[in-house]
Design a protein around this ligand. Structure first.
Ligand code: GNR
Ligand code: NI
Length: 178
């Protein structure tokens, strides 16, 4: 299926699903924040909002550069773009039920830091240093994991991960048969 074209030249991109080996790719730093990158950022938002999801890493759409978007607000009015994010400090602990657009239909508790201090470039290429907390901190840690080829299922037991893996492969096989 071709990608779905939207007004204003936005595109909903195809999201890779576990256990696709491409999700294990370690992203390289973005070298230049230009209009082509901003087009991809718009497509990431369009894809994330359409899913719907609260975050999306470039890795999930098979683009292997350090770039993520997030919006955990209820009314979807607080978009965040992090280019070349680096974690400076983690503190506190929180456990939340996580899901992932690349692991559709599965939700499991994961322990993360309560607060994360990060340095990144914004969509104009300006260096920003900020602290995120609560759900936004969970989301940013989850997305930075994607950029390193790590998924939330990696924090689960081998048994649980295998069960999820087999179920997703089976579901996809039956979808393909329709
Ligand atoms: O939409 C998403 N919801 C979510 C819920 C709890 C913890 C993390 C997330 S991120 C996820 C979207 C996604 O897969 N981002 O990579
Ligand atoms: Ni995810």
């Amino acid at each position: 299926m071709p990608p779905v074209r939207h007004p204003l030249n936005m595109t909903i991109l195809k999201i890779l699903e576990f256990p696709d080996p491409r999700l294990r790719t370690k992203a390289r730093p973005v070298e230049k924040v230009d209009d082509a990158l901003r087009q991809l950022i718009d497509d990431l938002f369009e894809t994330m909002y359409a899913a719907p999801g609260i975050g999306l890493a470039a890795t999930q759409v098979n683009f292997h550069q350090r770039l993520l978007v997030a919006d955990v607000s209820a009314d979807k009015t607080e978009p965040h773009v992090l280019i070349n994010p680096q974690i400076l400090e983690l503190d506190g602990v929180q456990v939340t039920e996580e899901g992932c657009l690349s692991v559709p239909g599965f939700y499991e508790e994961v322990e993360r830091a309560e607060r994360v201090r990060v340095c990144f470039l914004d969509r104009d290429g300006v260096v920003v240093e900020t602290e995120f907390e609560g759900m936004l901190a969970v989301c940013v840690q989850h997305e930075i994991d994607h950029l390193q080829g790590r998924l939330f299922v990696d924090y689960l037991s081998e048994t649980k991960r295998q069960r999820i893996r087999k179920r997703l492969i089976k579901d996809r096989r039956s979808q393909a048969a329709v």
